[in-house]
Write a protein of this length. Structure first.
Length: 169
């Protein structure tokens, strides 16, 4: 798939005997259908008809499959959408897929490249692959100074490490 396609969900199981599947959406389940059309990893269009939502999963028919055995063959299929169907974001909001791969610049020097964006609840954390190691940097105004999607770079200020004191008694 090319950069213009974004993962939007994955078929995780067959559901019932009439060909329905369970989809784990990578967005809010109630808006999942609004991102159609969907594509598989080979770029083939998939017709996804949402039947209902159950516990944050989407129950749907895909390509008019009408039996459980055929629905089982779809397990593990990742569903993609075109980037252009994603909603426009406010200033200082970014899609994770747009941040991955950006060069990270500090004091006009490239220090690495974003490999992932993590979130453990407090804030987003940029995972940056540097020359010899990896850097995790909170995505907050004091550390991320400027995100320039057009030039594919992020300007940062890496905080100084605080060394602990050894209290030998």
């Amino acid at each position: 798939m090319t950069d213009r396609f974004i993962e939007m969900g994955q078929i995780v199981a067959a559901h019932g005997i009439k060909g329905e599947v369970k989809i784990t959406p990578f967005c809010k389940a109630n808006v999942f259908a609004s991102y159609a059309p969907f594509y598989d990893a080979d770029g083939h269009a998939l017709e996804v008809k949402v039947k209902h939502i159950c516990k944050n999963q989407v129950i749907a028919l895909v390509n008019d499959v009408c039996d459980r055995n055929t629905a089982e063959t779809l397990r593990g299929t990742t569903l993609f959408v075109e980037h252009k169907v994603l909603p426009k974001l406010k200033s200082n909001e970014y899609y994770v897929c747009d941040l991955i791969g950006l060069d990270v610049i500090e004091n006009s020097q490239k220090i690495g490249r974003v490999t992932d964006v993590l979130n453990y609840g407090a804030s987003d954390i940029l995972q940056i692959k540097c020359e010899d190691d990896e850097l995790l940097l909170a995505m907050c105004p004091s550390t991320v100074l400027k995100v320039d999607l057009e030039n594919r770079q992020i300007e940062v200020a890496v905080p100084q490490m605080v060394e602990g004191e050894d209290n030998e008694s």
